[in-house]
Design a binder for this molecule. Sequence first.
Ligand SMILES: [Cu+2]
Length: 330
Amino acid sequence: MRPGLIVASLLGAATLLACREEAQRPTPPPVVPPTNAPADVSHGEAPIGSAAEPAAIDPAAPARATGRLHRLRITIRHARITIANGVSYNAWTFDGRVPGPVLRVTEGDTVEFTLVNQAPMPHSLDFHAAEIAPSRAYVNLMPHDSLRYRFVARVPGAFMYHCGTAPVALHIANGMYGAIIVDPRQGRTPAKEFVFVQSEFYTQVLPDSTRSIDWQKLLGLAPDYVVFNGREAEYAHHPINVRVGEPLRLYVVNAGPNRFSAFHVVGAIFDRVYLDGSLAHPLEGVQTVTVPVGGGAIFEARLVEAGTYPFVSHAFADATKGAVGMFQAR
Ligand SMILES: [Cu+2]
């Protein structure tokens, strides 16, 4: 069967299933907002766990790259991942994880990139950090096929990469995205660095209790979860330790596929925010900055005294759905 037909049939079957379920579903009871505070800190949209327990995905940025040529390789495979405590999701992944691995190179470096498709359907990969003809590099890769090309990372910044196979919203919502950091050649000032990729999950429960995509929820822009680094409130359950007064640098990429991020750290004002690849004119002294879907920004701040500092998307329905974490400053 042709790849387009496979995707069309999958979508058709999912839509038919959704229509049947709709017809059988009783009228749901009215939803009322919870009144119990889930945490003992203002803005704590989720219970706060222990900073001693490591998070599932380490938010620390990888070290700066050395050398001028980087041979990077990513394998596409379908895998079951955890998106919240006790919630398994049938994802489409880069390297078996969501988000995919954080890549890091330096301005002017050459990336020799190899993509391998071990999934049973076509996929692709689109680097926002590359300037290249999509018709050559971002082509659909058939199962068991591979692709290799080179590009020069000309512009420093925090960039998204993602599967570009249609329908792109489906491939992104199923987990096919990640971040690539391009450092300026002269480097940045020393700081403790973290990477946060914001994204959404739109789910339906399968007979085996795992979850998969709900296409109608996706088209209706109604995610069940909005998350940083692939899990609901992961860094509230596992707060991130930092030191009082130390410079922090947060690379924030918004994979979406639909919700803008209003990125904010409660109790802090950003010293500087660099939008995408803009080095020359950072925003200074700002409280909240939009990270658009498909965009990135680099946030610099310091936490002035000991305590717990939530970071959120200030679109608070999204924070309630999991776009919240905590810095524990000591
Ligand atoms: Cu894909």
